[in-house]
Design a protein around this ligand. Structure first.
Ligand code: MF3
Ligand code: CO
Ligand code: CO
Length: 252
């Protein structure tokens, strides 16, 4: 059985403070995603902006991850490592930022278009976004369970002929980067735990244009689609409260 921590309103406040910071960091990082810039420049910005605001980039050194942010371009599903790659017109790029502020984590990501998107990329990215927001919406239905999230997301992805990644999932979050429960974005046979007030977690569906399968490159991090087709992801950190689900990663 998963051990899902119940947070106090004070703790949720701390995570919200960090959430506002990562949301602003992400919005600014998205603005610099133009053809010709390198993913290293995005890392430089995120690291500097995070430290300047009194926070710590959670990814830097996490299980040996070498950079401050994940930058996942085109067929990269997740955990792309910033470096010399230069963005080009038509690319899609997921920027995934997690920071630690006053001891609490918040985690957010979004997929941005570089220049003018190709129609298939636009449909994929918009569908991944819809999957996130529908996943959030079902948490507000009466007696919602974690398994409701994967059920709605799978249905939406399948309507478009896309698939849902199974190798990576959402997670509880708080003092630790990754806590129980695992938040699966695909359909499950058994009902999951109930979503109770005080639970704080991420929803972060990765939607593939082709098959759901992923493989990890020799750097030990970069996860790519096995068929080389595109993948898109959107993520928020959310809290169940007595008045419903609150998105904690919003710009103030
Ligand atoms: N931010 C990712 C998530 O959504 C995790 C990145 S771990 C790292 O859970 F080590 F790659 F940074
Ligand atoms: Co993330
Ligand atoms: Co996450």
């Amino acid at each position: 059985m998963p051990k899902i921590l119940i947070k106090t309103s004070k703790e949720i406040e701390r995570i919200r403070d960090c959430g506002m910071l990562v949301a602003e960091t992400l919005a600014r990082a998205g603005e610099i995603c133009k053809a010709g810039i390198t993913t290293q420049e995005i890392d430089d910005f995120v690291k500097e902006f995070t430290l300047k605001n009194g926070a710590i980039p959670a990814c830097l050194g996490y299980k040996g991850f070498p950079k401050s942010v994940c930058t996942s371009v085109n067929e990269v599903v997740t955990h792309g490592i910033p470096g010399a790659y230069e963005l080009k017109d038509g690319d899609i790029i997921n920027i995934d930022i997690t920071s630690i502020l006053n001891g609490y984590h918040a985690d957010i990501s979004e997929t941005f278009f570089v220049g003018k998107p190709k129609p298939n990329a636009e449909e994929l990215v918009n569908t991944a976004k819809e999957c996130l927001y529908e996943g959030i919406r079902v948490c507000n239905l009466p007696n919602a369970r974690f398994s409701d999230i994967g059920a709605i997301i799978s249905g939406i992805a399948e309507e478009h002929g896309f698939s849902v990644v199974k190798d990576y999932c959402g997670h509880g979050i708080g003092r630790a980067f990754h806590e129980d429960p695992l938040v699966l974005h695909y359909r499950q046979r058994l009902p999951g735990p109930k979503i109770e007030p005080g639970m704080v977690f991420t929803i972060e569906p990765m939607i593939n244009e082709g098959i759901y399968k992923t493989k990890t490159l020799s750097d030990g991090w970069t996860a790519v689609t096995t068929d080389g087709k595109l993948s898109a992801q959107w993520e928020h950190t959310v809290a169940m409260t007595s008045h419903g689900l609150e998105i904690l990663t919003l710009v103030s």
